[in-house]
Design a protein around this ligand. Structure first.
Ligand SMILES: Cc1cc2nc3c(=O)[nH]c(=O)nc-3n(C[C@H](O)[C@H](O)[C@H](O)COP(=O)(O)OP(=O)(O)OC[C@H]3O[C@@H](n4cnc5c(N)ncnc54)[C@H](O)[C@@H]3O)c2cc1C
Ligand SMILES: Cc1cc2nc3c(=O)[nH]c(=O)nc-3n(C[C@H](O)[C@H](O)[C@H](O)COP(=O)(O)O)c2cc1C
Length: 751
């Protein structure tokens, strides 16, 4: 087989040596534009896991590579005069030049032809080879030449960074945060041999321009950085090596192969340097491609198998890298706002791959310091004593909203049961909500309950519009209070244009077959093209509905609810004013974000004025519509801030369900990033909901300051005793009701 690798970086060299090793009859050439010892960059990092693959693929190069490793276990975070250390991370660094030297030598030894200083202008010059490897890095000419087949997407990130070296031998993987009059600077530094470290400096474009670095050459950059970090470098020098300021491109390709041409490494995909995985991905691509060629004789089949094998892993890593790079891009959000230990947790858990539990395994001392700190903050906030000597896991700390005290941080999300009779909740609701309160959650939010009969989604929805509703709800509230320490809230709503539809299991959001009632909304825009066209509310309708909310709030007080949540999410009536996709009004309630917020805030104020001042109120919002032309995230933040200013105590941050053609990115904790940003930027407590399934995620979210309470919906349908089970797993003693006292001697078994 005749193989040409365009590019002699880690991907091209490693693939070439693996192919030659598997069959010396292969004719393998690496074409590289640089000289053999002409490298860009300083050191690269590997995690322990990467090296297992490399060891299995070629023991010889693995042995040489590992003999040059600088190992470290700690991550150090330098933040406002403090150094926070988290141990047990298991990384190794080495010089990129030495890595390339080893791979070049191994290639030569096995008989790979290496052609240096040959710049390939047109890859089709090699079309007669059996296989052409696009291993030519981030600015790949191969990718550009066949762009219509690979369909690359290049996302240029806004921050600026420069890759430097230093003679300061950092003892740990080090993150430095440093403020100057120009702004905030972040450094990612790690040692790659006995005496040298990589030193990547990153900042926002604004800070970079304010510092005049847009006009700086390499030497001026170096001088500036040495001045800025003089104290941290302790007399050591910074070193340059084509150290130009860049923006990071996240490279993705719809397809990685075309005929006999295939992309590997950075040409195919990049992952931000903050997760240090570019070289790992390049080597793993090389291994997977070589294996695919060995298993499938035919090139076409092998290339397909390679892409099918690698794409899921690469995309998983790119998702983690995306969250990570966004954290660094927006570090100003956290810097100075979070206390040091919480800042460190936020940084360490930024991509959700490192969690409270696995940090505890790596470094129990660090996590117990975090838990102690968190417990003391919870004690201050709730005015309830929390043991500092043996602090609870974050999820079992108390939290106060006005006079409502929650004994832990778990909330049952409101979930429509579609089982009411003209709005009246019955036995199903009693058992459903009652069992979840007994199950240990601190707060149970009863389902979306409508302020009028015509404000219901379906005929089975609960309401708060008839005198008998008060008594029916009071029976449930009284049970929850008598049987558990849980507090219970009511979610008040009006369905707007999403009303008059079938029950979930009969066709969600589909109009009734018969007996539809008239709908109202911010504008006369139907949900589906085949849905009923709602009436655009006039001022009289708006006042009428506002008073219905007020009346329902009074009834909720009589029923004894501890908290009210107003539903301003998911495209229902109040949300229809907020989103530009559903609000096309030309009066003072449409147009600008402030105008679109006016009516929802008017309803909030009216309800707040009658709801007892000792009891809290929350509002659930959709922070994005997941659709083009939808709510701008900055507007969502401004709305949350306005809610805070109007006396809202906490915001539940949800997303979407505004329009049927939304494109949500579902997954684990898929809405938590929105909660994190609203909590910091709008400076209001938040509840996060969506894809929360493990107590470990709950502890991580809370300790990192991404929310104050964690809300589980489907998790609680699956397991009403979710909180009790989480307590058991963590060895935390959650008192049982007297009736269940004998469970204490019982050991549940899974086997
Ligand atoms: C600031 C920064 C820090 C990083 N830190 C790390 C880290 O700590 N750990 C880590 O694993 N990764 C890191 N990376 C990423 C890492 O450098 C790359 O992901 C990795 O080198 C990709 O390997 P590759 O073989 O695909 O591409 P490259 O290493 O870019 O190699 C491509 C080769 O192709 C050659 N070439 C390009 N065009 C042509 C042409 N037309 N003709 C001939 N030859 C050509 C180039 O000269 C180059 O030698 C970092 C990247 C940056 C930008
Ligand atoms: C059966 C069901 C009914 C729901 N009803 C409501 C509701 O009444 N009010 C509301 O705000 N959200 C409602 N939701 C959305 C959830 O409260 C929650 O925001 C969403 O399911 C994401 O959380 P999860 O991933 O934990 O399920 C409902 C979800 C489900 C599964």
């Amino acid at each position: 087989m005749r193989i040409v690798s365009i590019g002699g970086g880690p991907a091209g060299l490693y693939f070439s040596l693996l192919m030659k090793k598997s069959d010396p009859a292969h004719d393998v050439t690496v074409v590289e534009r640089n000289r053999p010892d002409d490298t860009f960059g300083f050191g690269v990092v590997f995690s322990d896991a990467t090296l297992e693959h490399v060891a299995a693929a070629d023991r010889e190069s693995h042995a040489e590579i590992t003999s040059h490793f600088a190992h470290w276990d700690d991550i150090e975070i330098h933040y406002r005069g403090q150094v926070l250390t988290s141990a047990g991370h298991g990384f190794a660094g080495m010089s990129r030049q030495i890595l390339l030297d080893i791979l070049q030598r191994r290639c030569a030894e096995l008989g790979v032809r290496l052609e240096f200083q040959r710049d390939v202008a047109d890859p089709s010059d090699y079309a007669d080879a059996d296989l052409v490897l696009g291993a030519d890095g981030v600015n790949s000419v191969v990718r550009g030449r066949y762009a219509e087949h690979f369909r690359p997407q290049i996302d240029w990130r806004p921050n600026k960074f420069v890759w430097l070296g230093t003679t300061f031998p950092y003892p740990a993987f080090t993150f430095l945060f440093k403020e100057s009059p120009h702004g905030l600077w972040r450094v990612h530094a790690y040692r790659y041999d006995a005496s040298m470290s990589t030193f990547i400096l990153e900042t926002t474009e604004d800070t970079w321009r304010r510092a005049g670095l847009d006009r700086a050459d390499e030497d001026q950059t170096l001088a500036f950085c040495e001045r800025l970090f003089a104290r941290e470098l302790q007399g050591h020098r910074l070193l340059k090596n084509r150290s130009l300021w860049r923006s990071f491109p996240t490279v993705r390709n719809a397809c990685w192969r075309h005929g006999n041409v295939v992309l590997v490494g950075d040409a195919a995909h990049t992952a931000h340097f903050s997760i240090g995985s570019g070289t790992k991905l390049a080597l793993e691509d090389a291994i997977a491609l070589a294996q695919a060629l060995q298993s499938h004789g035919e090139v076409e089949k092998a290339l397909r198998a390679y892409e099918e094998d690698r794409r899921p892993e690469v995309e998983r890593l790119q998702r983690a890298a995306q969250v990570s790079l966004e954290w660094f891009e927006t570090a100003e959000r956290y810097h100075g706002r979070l206390e040091p230990l919480q800042f460190a947790m936020s940084l360490l858990t930024r991509s959700f791959r490192v969690t409270h539990d696995n940090l505890k395994l790596r470094d129990p001392r660090f996590v117990s310091a975090v838990d102690r700190w968190f417990a003391s903050r919870a004690e201050d906030q709730s005015q309830v004593a929390v043991s500092a000597a043996s602090p609870p896991p974050p999820m079992f700390t108390p939290f106060r909203l006005r006079d409502m005290l929650l004994t832990n941080r778990i909330v049952v999300s409101p979930m429509c049961q579609y089982s009411a009779d003209d709005g009246t909740p019955g036995d199903w609701h009693l058992v459903n909500l009652g069992s979840r309160a007994v199950g240990g959650a601190a707060l149970v939010i009863a389902e979306m309950t409508d302020v009028s009969r015509e404000g219901r989604i379906t005929r089975g929805c609960t309401g708060m519009y008839k005198a008998e509703h008060v008594a029916a709800w009071k029976r449930i509230v009284d049970f929850v209070h008598a049987a558990s320490p849980a507090r219970i809230a009511l979610q008040l709503a009006h369905a707007g244009r999403k009303g008059s539809t079938r029950r979930l299991w009969e066709g969600a959001d589909e109009p009734l077959a018969e007996g539809n009632w008239p709908l109202i909304s911010a504008s006369a825009i139907p949900y589906h093209p085949h849905s009923q066209v709602p009436k655009a509310m006039d001022r009289e309708d708006m006042s009428h509905v506002r008073e219905q909310f007020v009346s329902a709030a009074r009834m909720a007080e009589q029923a004894g609810f501890d908290m009210l949540e107003l539903h301003m999410a998911h495209g229902y009536l109040l949300a229809s004013f907020i989103s530009p996709l559903t609000n096309a009004r030309s009066d003072g309630y449409g147009g600008s974000a402030a105008n679109r917020a006016r009516y929802p805030l008017e309803v909030f104020d009216a309800v707040r004025s009658v709801w007892p001042s000792a009891r809290p109120m929350s509002v659930k919002i959709s922070a994005t519509d997941w659709a083009d032309g939808g709510l701008d995230f900055d507007d969502a933040v401004a709305f949350a801030r306005a809610l805070r200013d109007h006396g809202c105590d906490i915001v539940t941050v949800s997303t979407g369900q505004t329009v049927p053609d939304q494109k949500p990115e579902y997954g684990r904790l898929y809405q938590t990033a929105f909660s994190d940003r609203i909590r910091c930027d709008a400076e209001i407590p938040t509840m996060t909901v969506g894809g929360i399934a493990s107590y470990d995620d709950v502890n991580s979210i809370l300790a990192a300051g991404r929310a104050d309470l964690c809300v589980l919906a489907r998790g609680h349908l699956y397991d009403p005793y979710w909180t009790r089970h989480a307590a058991y797993e963590q060895g935390w003693d959650l008192p049982w009701p007297d009736q269940y006292a004998s469970v204490k001697g019982f050991t549940p078994r899974k086997d």
